[in-house]
Write a protein that binds this ligand. Structure first.
Ligand code: MN
Length: 721
């Protein structure tokens, strides 16, 4: 078995005509064979057959010596006692680098929770996982090895324990096949999908099998007749061809098509179940062949597609037509040149002829502009490695304002830029959010309102006796998932509780800005507020606040838009201090479009839920276009005596209890003060010492923090270090 595959690999290498360093490949095989000695696949076969299969797949694609060798060694560092350092020593940097890349890529997993989340969140997640795949692999060859690895794994999936099968199969269809597709490798994509199909959707698979049983044989006979007729036509008209063959549609793509509403799972409506492929030497011959075929077989209106003149976004080129075949049934014919055919099957590797050094040949590659983005990615990676700049480039061009963060287990999670720990927790699982009492970012205690950066590893600390989320969290959330989960939680609380709580919250807010309390509102005032917030009666209003559907500040705005401009200093550059207003309950953000600076004439725009007030220059075109006048606010500047940010270290002592850290971070964050760092030491006798690094703009702010922290239950002492 092993011997057989080993020979098969050598034959492939000889066959594809590249100049291989065979002794190196042989040494790689020997090392892998020894290292995996005694290890078995789930099927009971020797482990090395897996490595050989991956290498054969890559030899099929004409990949270079380093790639073939790395494929043979790809599971060695992870699964055997032979280390990466040893591979480096014996085979050098390039091969070791590829093996390391494959090992790293293996750590990106398709997490369970992606299946539980809503389908749009899931779709977005998966899309980013694919991009992540490209970003993590430092070299396109790493991805190719990973794909070859997965192909063999999915083809041998039936031997794998049942509980693992589905996840691997879904991951193959959602991540690996689309990656192959993006690399233009149609052949590999089809193979991956069809092998995964029975495990992802056994019923669908059975349905397709059964439908084909009744129709495929018939189709193949007709295909054969059509093939003969086309050969005769081309010969008679002296149009040259290099190959004519039939192809059957891949099962998974057939299933996807059957499920489109216009096909209604009726296999008789699928005209490209089998198709005839006519390969001709040149583009001119392709159009000539199409014309000749149409003279004898009537084409179906609307089914002639010229992907040569207008290639598909993937770069796919071909002429497609559906004609009424010899027996009168519609059949698809695809006409293309050998280059187009090779491209469609092998994609990115099709144009990758390798020189002896293993480096792709420049001249050959530059013809094909389809994969420019991969080259761009690679050249960045080469130039700047794993630096911050690299991440920024990646983000701007590929990730479009998304960030990637990780669970402690290494699951990748993508979030919109500006997301904080709260978003993270609720995106992983709503229950995790509800039980959250604190968080560590990169192993450091951090406030749950802290904005996350790509690459952060976030650990959520959970409470055994969860009190549930805080209403204020909604204002910090960037994701709908988190906001909905928080609101849902409050909605589940009893109506009477929410009513009482909502009333209390509203009253304290109104008192703070010296507005009349709801009980003494005029009838007109009450009506205005209810109408603007689309609520029926005052009780509903309190409940809405109680369950975080609306906020006291929204009520204030509804009550008297002009009087309640309440910008907090939070999120604004420290030098940007708008006119002080009574209470710090509205977020303010300097608009990116015009970046207002101190002294500019400015306007504020009350943005939709959760985003607070956007501050623009008065001259900014974006603010001038705003139609909704009631949301516009005139703003001015306050002269502040101290504008310097002063870093301060606080030492806070108190009784150790669940939620203590979170209470401290929440109080400080709510006051609009930045927390740079927070560490906690628990002592004997249930006491805790919390050290907090914050930055304040003046003494008043520091005083305010002192008094706020002192009010937290259990705090015994606060001092400045
Ligand atoms: Mn493997």
């Amino acid at each position: 078995m092993v011997e057989n595959l080993h020979n098969q690999l050598l034959a492939k290498l000889k066959e594809n005509g590249n100049a291989y360093d065979l002794p190196t490949i042989e040494r790689a095989f020997q090392l892998a064979n020894t290292a995996h000695e005694g290890q078995k696949r789930f099927s009971g076969e020797p482990y090395i057959i897996h490595s050989l299969h991956a290498a054969i797949t890559l030899a099929d694609m004409s990949l270079d010596t380093a790639t073939i060798s790395a494929a043979l060694l790809h599971d060695v560092p992870e699964d055997t006692s032979t280390t990466l350092a040893e591979i480096d020593r014996q085979f050098g940097k390039e091969i070791a680098f590829l093996v390391e890349g494959v090992t790293k890529l293996g750590k990106i997993r398709y997490p369970k929770y992606a299946e539980e989340n809503s389908s749009t969140a899931q779709a977005l997640y998966i899309e980013n996982l694919r991009k992540m795949f490209f970003a993590t692999a430092n070299d396109i060859r790493v991805i190719l090895i990973k794909l070859a690895d997965r192909l063999h794994n999915i083809q041998t999936l039936s031997a794998v324990p049942k509980e693992k099968q589905r996840r691997i199969a879904i991951e193959t269809i959602e991540v690996f096949a689309p990656v192959a597709h993006r690399l233009g490798m149609g052949h590999l994509k089809g193979e991956l999908e069809d092998a995964a199909f029975p495990f992802v959707d056994p019923k669908g698979y059975a349905f397709v099998q059964k439908s084909l049983e009744h129709t495929l044989g018939e189709h193949e006979i007709e295909l054969h007749d059509l093939e003969q007729a086309v050969i005769d036509l081309l010969n008679q008209n002296r149009v040259p061809y290099t190959d004519i063959h039939g192809r059957t549609k891949h099962l998974w793509s057939l299933w996807k098509k059957l499920n489109r509403p216009e096909y209604n799972r009726d296999i008789r409506k699928i005209y490209d179940l089998v198709a005839l492929r006519v390969i001709v030497p040149s583009v001119k011959d392709a159009y000539a062949a199409l014309g000749i075929i149409h003279q004898s077989f009537r084409p179906l209106i609307g089914r002639i597609k010229d992907y040569i003149a207008t290639p598909k976004p993937s770069g796919y080129q071909s002429l497609h037509t559906t004609v009424f075949g010899p027996s009168g049934k519609p059949m698809e014919i695809q006409i293309r040149t050998p280059e187009m055919h090779h491209d469609a099957e092998y994609g990115v590797t099709a144009h990758w002829a390798y020189t002896e050094s293993g480096k792709p040949q420049e001249g050959v590659r530059t013809k094909d502009r389809r994969f420019d983005w991969i080259r761009q990615l690679q050249s960045w990676q080469k130039q700047i490695g794993n630096s911050k700049e690299f991440w920024e480039n990646i983000q701007n061009d590929f990730f479009q304002n998304r960030i990637f963060v990780f669970t402690p287990k290494g699951d990748a999670l993508d979030l919109p830029e500006g997301s904080c720990v709260i978003d993270f927790a609720f995106t992983v699982h709503s229950d995790l959010g509800h039980r959250m009492m604190g968080a560590k970012i990169n192993e450091k205690m951090s406030p749950i309102t802290q904005k996350l950066q790509s690459g952060d590893v976030v650990e959520i600390l959970v409470s055994k006796n969860p009190k549930g989320p805080h209403r204020d969290w909604v204002g910090f959330c960037k994701t709908t998932v988190a906001r909905q989960a928080i609101r849902q939680w409050f909605r589940k609380q009893s109506r009477s509780n929410n009513l009482l709580l909502g009333k209390k919250l509203l009253e304290s807010e109104l008192r703070a800005v010296k507005q009349t309390l709801p009980d003494s509102w005029s009838k007109k005032e009450t009506e205005t507020v209810l109408r603007k917030l689309q609520l029926k009666n005052p009780d509903d209003l309190f409940v809405a606040i109680g369950q975080a559907d609306t906020t006291p500040s929204a009520v204030l705005r509804a009550l008297a838009p002009e009087a309640v401009l309440i910008p907090s200093k939070r999120r604004l550059p420290r030098t940007l201090q708008p006119i002080p207003l009574p209470s710090p309950s509205l977020l303010m953000t300097a608009a990116k479009c015009c970046s207002p600076k101190e002294g500019d004439a400015i306007m504020g725009y009350i943005s939709s839920a959760g985003r607070g007030l956007m501050v623009h220059k008065e001259s900014c075109g974006n603010i001038r276009r705003r139609k909704n006048q009631t949301r516009l606010l005139r703003l001015g500047w306050r002269k502040s005596d101290i504008r310097m940010i002063t870093p301060v270290q606080l030492m806070i002592n108190g009784q150790d209890r669940i939620g203590l850290l979170n209470d401290i971070t929440t109080v400080i964050a709510k006051a609009g003060v930045n927390i740079e760092n927070l560490t906690v030491e628990s002592h004997k006798k249930q006491t805790a010492a919390v050290s907090a690094n914050i930055s304040v703009i003046d003494l008043d702010e520091l005083q305010m923090i002192f008094s706020l922290v002192r009010q937290i239950p259990g705090i015994t002492n606060v001092q400045r270090m």
